[in-house]
Design a protein around this ligand. Structure first.
Ligand SMILES: N[C@@H](CCC(=O)N[C@@H](CS)C(=O)NCC(=O)O)C(=O)O
Length: 233
């Protein structure tokens, strides 16, 4: 693995603290998962703002780190074998940081499997479906005349919210104790307000999910992580 100084990413986003984990991200629901986890785990890191514009995510420097042109991505100079490692995909980053820090992945193998299950539920379900809801309800897709795509993603979002509401019965966090699964799921619940889609998905009909998001947003690491790296500046 190329050293950080020699990696193309450093030409565009140079590190002030090359010994720390380098985070390349923007405060979107996927981006904040990595920053919140780094803060919750107390791992030293340096955050670089990579916006969603093609001039950033599709720049040759960023593509050298993540050929899939999406944030977040990390470079850890001190990987599992003591050598540098780069990672893309927020779910993989959460698992990596949990293993590295020994935090938020439960106490037992059973806990870890349950947490991984809900993490995958977010990565394969909530993220893609809520993302498409945002596209067809708030962003460019809202101009599409055919109501079918909007209805499909609204209904799918409602269904997924129902699954979360059921899972939260009798528990504060999705897998029992606070974990990376919550760090994956809650930012996407928070995005519904940004999309202006709370009413359309019947947000008020999910009281346990409402309380869950409020509980998440109270955490100091979450409050800082939601604007790390800063949106502006
Ligand atoms: N499955 C990926 C999705 C990441 C993703 O969709 N990132 C968006 C922002 S939330 C992005 O970078 N979009 C820029 C683009 O597609 O050009 C993950 O969880 O990391």
């Amino acid at each position: 693995m190329t050293s950080l100084a020699d990696h193309p990413i450093s030409r565009r986003w140079p590190a002030q603290h090359p010994d720390r984990i380098q985070l390349y991200s923007f405060p979107t629901p996927n981006g904040v998962k990595a920053s919140i986890m780094l803060l919750e785990a107390g791992l030293p890191f340096e955050a670089h703002r990579v916006t969603l514009s093609d001039s950033d995510v599709k720049s040759p420097e960023f593509l050298a780190l993540n050929p899939n042109n999406k944030i977040p991505a990390i470079y850890d100079p001190d990987g599992p074998d003591g050598k540098p490692i780069t990672l893309l995909e927020s779910g993989a980053i959460l698992l990596y940081l949990a293993e590295k820090s020994g935090k938020l992945l439960g106490e037992t193998a059973r806990d870890r499997h349950q947490i991984t299950q809900w993490l995958m539920f977010q990565m394969g379900g909530i993220g893609p479906m809520f993302g498409q809801l945002g596209f067809f309800y708030k962003f460019a897709g809202s101009k599409v005349q055919d109501p079918l795509p909007r209805e499909r993603y609204i209904n799918e979002a409602k269904r997924l919210l129902g699954v979360i509401e059921g899972a939260l019965e009798g528990r504060d966090w999705i897998a029992g104790t606070y974990s990376i699964a919550d760090i994956a799921i809650a930012p996407w619940l928070n995005a519904l307000e940004f999309y202006g889609a709370q009413d359309i998905v019947g947000w008020d009909q999910f009281p346990r999910t409402n309380a869950y998001l409020a509980r998440f947003l109270e955490r100091p690491a979450v409050q800082t992580g939601l604007n790390t790296p800063p949106r502006e500046g």
